[in-house]
Write a protein that binds this ligand. Sequence first.
Ligand code: G6P
Length: 465
Amino acid sequence: MNLVVVSNRVSRGKPNEPMTGGLAAALLPIVEKSGAIWVGSSGRVRDGNQKEPFAEIEALGAGALAMLDLPAAHYGGYYEGFANSALWPALHSRADLIRASHEDYLSYREVNAFMARALLRFRKSDSAFWIQDYHFLALGAELRDLGVTEPIGFFLHTPWPARSVIGGVPHHRELIEAMLAYDLIGFQTEEDCENFLSYAQADLGLAVHDGVILSRHGRTRAAVFPIGIDPQQFAQLATKASTHPDVSRLRRSLNGEKLAIGVDRLDYSKGLINRIKAFDRMWTLHPSLARTVSLLQIATPSRGAIEAYGNLQSDVAKLVSDVNGVHGEVDWTPIRYLNKGYGQAVLAGLYRTAQVGVVTPLQDGMNLVAKEYVAAQNPVDPGVLVLSKFAGAANELDTALLVNPHDIDGMARIIAMALSMPLTERRMRWEAMMAKLRGHTIQQWFADFTDALRECQLDRDALAP
Ligand code: G6P
């Protein structure tokens, strides 16, 4: 199988490259090892209607990376517009934030069609295509229109919401019908998969049997493939990172004080406001924790041209400053707040330095930071993960301290509990989580999805006239 993987964002795999989001971090090692070709956006745009888009191709381990310049006239409508101002909020159950014009939708479809044409260049006799995430819901249908008969799979890294919420996206019906051109659609959790199947059945009126949807495109299988990490490799990174200057400086600056860490893209789905309010509450309720525990919150700026993100950036900055103003001392800052990105080599060391990892999104497909925090811990003295029950990771990491991110008092209580958890309990919980991580690695995720895609092909061959 000559696998072509497609995503909007790609990574070049440079050790200190800041990782924006879990998707690129997850795909990098599998492209490097499997020999797949990974096609995505270069981040640059081009004018004109060139038929063959410019692609920069470079080796990436055993695989290759091809970066395309997307069409300038449609990029904004596609990326800031339909993908991140209509689909992203809806997929994270924030229908109130949906903003999209008809032009944005047309640009989204144009970029999907453009990517489909570009992919023909990488098509070989036994190709299979694996499309990633909500930027390219219609790419499978565009490929079929160009005559591609090879297997095409799709994996959604975000949640898939209830029918009534996805129904708030303009053109939802047309788009979801287009998704049925995929042979296989993968989701992070059972709930996401069920929500999708129930839309197909109730809104599109299609027959669904054992996760297979029958439509004019043929059979589409929907199934669950929870994404993982390489826990062993991440643990090695964390051990190595202990001598990294940023990590040593952090350790020295703590003076025996405990540290909680949060690492997120600056996104409204991540629950940053509620998290900071929970720390505020905790320091108010337990004054003895002032000076003895601080929060390091890394919030990497993301999608800054979109109004909702700009507003969030100001709201978080103001709240951090208010909380620091109230609880801080001349020689103590409760929240260390950083608006920049770090490479995984440093992050691994920062995670290991923190006694508590706080991962409290309001909604999240999986959240690989939760998994990385666990993998980075020192086995003899592991930290505690405080995890939102609305992150996909909570299905597997059920021995984390699970919290409701809307319940600020509850989170304050549980973070305080995490800080005083005895070693034996910390170890028990950590070992159970590590066992889950070892059982569902990123390599396993890749193998499970590509095996299932191969099976879809066999089914199709068997049904062919
Ligand atoms: C999430 C999405 C990814 C996206 C990443 C970073 O993880 O699922 O598709 O690449 O966020 O977002 P950005 O818009 O910066 O690519």
